[in-house]
Design a protein around this ligand. Structure first.
Ligand SMILES: Cc1ncc(COP(=O)(O)O)c(C=O)c1O
Length: 384
């Protein structure tokens, strides 16, 4: 069996045509017809809604991390501010808070979704106000491995305190909550098209914006904050964060198969659920509510026993699977446990530490078919 990776890029076949068009018309720059059309495709994708279509606007950017950063800029986050961020996540959710000179305040997860605990979020807000006399400037929940968060509950808390929400949906492309696409609930939403994501532009991201005005402003910051003068005039600090027209060509091709990709990941997850259900103490993580449709970007398992933990047994298990040519990966190490964030305030309940101890991501991408599932499931059972 060839090596089975967690999630590899998978082309539709149309990507080259859009790239060729860019070369033929000499749009080899970070703007152009592919960027505009990719943004339109993404807007149509996120604005689908079971109740009533939304009217969000999209700005295509060089990375998901750039999208997190620009959303914080738009929300006015600066020196001396605090921003609440889900602790159980990849570092890119939190690092841009520090780029802005602000302090991340980490909030732990609840066990059902692995995402931010709404009750703990409220406790944290109250405590920050009591301790600093100031409200946190923004809240960043994350859709970990594609799983919808308890976004209604979090939006209710956020609205009560008047704090804007920036959803990190980098892993949640196409996941839905009550029929609405994740990333469209808060003020801003982040998408990532890194090589390992649900769809890719090789590297890239996008920011879901509330309206045309916000889109224009985000584009201004993403293109060096150049003022409308006949010469180069700068009155604010900007960034070079726009997506290349070549990368956007890949994105347009990928959008023709985006729904298929999501369905495939969901199918892979269903296979793991069916075929691993007989393993004692092993739990395949599933959406806890019928109204949460995860894209299952990565299927994850956890061991309820203490034989497979990071401190004892899990890493040798990862190594045995590695020797069998299967890539797996421990769940994200929570930000409040990271040395770089040791001084950041954190509101914890033990859930993310417990999950980090005993959780693994399994291969879930387009290259995982029937034969690979059989092989992976057998190897998991053999190597326990
Ligand atoms: C939760 C999360 N946030 C943000 C990012 C950043 O996205 P990018 O790699 O496109 O900068 C990623 C992925 O890389 C991610 O997993």
């Amino acid at each position: 069996m060839d090596r089975i990776y967690l999630c590899l890029a998978h082309m539709s076949g149309k990507e080259q045509q859009y790239i060729q068009e860019a070369f033929d018309t000499n749009w080899v720059v970070p703007l152009g017809p592919n960027v505009n059309a990719f943004e339109d495709d993404l807007a149509a994708f996120v604005n689908r809604n079971e109740q009533k279509p939304l009217s969000k606007e999209i700005v295509a950017l060089s990375a998901g991390t750039a999208a997190v950063h620009l959303a914080l800029v738009m929300l006015g986050v600066g020196q001396g501010d605090e921003v609440i961020c889900q602790s159980f996540t990849f570092a890119a959710s939190a690092n841009p808070i520090v780029y802005q000179g602000a302090t991340p305040v980490f909030v732990d997860s609840e066990k059902d979704t692995y995402n931010m605990d709404p009750q703990l979020l409220e406790d944290a807000i109250k405590d920050r106000i009591a301790k600093t006399g100031k409200k946190p400037k923004a809240i960043i929940p994350v859709y970990l491995y594609g799983m919808p968060a308890r976004i209604d509950e979090m939006m209710e808390v956020a609205q009560r305190y008047g704090i804007p929400v920036l959803e990190d949906a980098a892993e949640g492309f196409g996941s839905c909550y009550k029929g609405q696409v994740c990333g469209t609930f808060g003020e801003y939403g982040v998408m990532s098209f890194n090589g390992n994501k649900m769809i890719t532009t090789s590297g890239g991201g996008a920011l879901i914006c509330p309206d045309v005005e916000a889109k224009k402003r985000v584009m201004f910051y993403a293109t060096q904050a150049r003022e409308p003068y006949p010469y180069y005039q700068h009155e604010q600090i900007g960034y070079n964060y726009r997506m290349s027209n070549i990368c956007a060509g890949i994105g347009r091709g990928q959008m023709t198969v985006a729904d298929e990709h999501v369905k495939h990941h969901q199918w892979v997850h269903e296979q793991y659920v069916q075929r691993l259900s007989d393993v004692d103490g092993l739990v395949v993580h599933c959406a806890p509510e019928a109204y949460m449709q995860s894209n299952y970007w990565l299927s994850t398992i956890r061991f309820e026993d203490n034989k497979h933990t990071i401190t004892d047994g899990l890493l040798p298990f990862v190594e045995r699977l590695n020797e069998a040519n299967i890539e797996t990966r421990p769940l994200w190490k929570p930000m409040h446990m990271q040395p770089v964030y040791k001084d950041a305030p954190a509101y914890t309940n033990g859930v993310s530490e417990w999950l980090f101890q005993r959780g693994l991501c399994l291969p879930s991408g387009p290259c995982v078919g029937e034969a690979e599932i059989d092989y992976i499931v057998n190897k998991i059972k053999e190597n326990l």
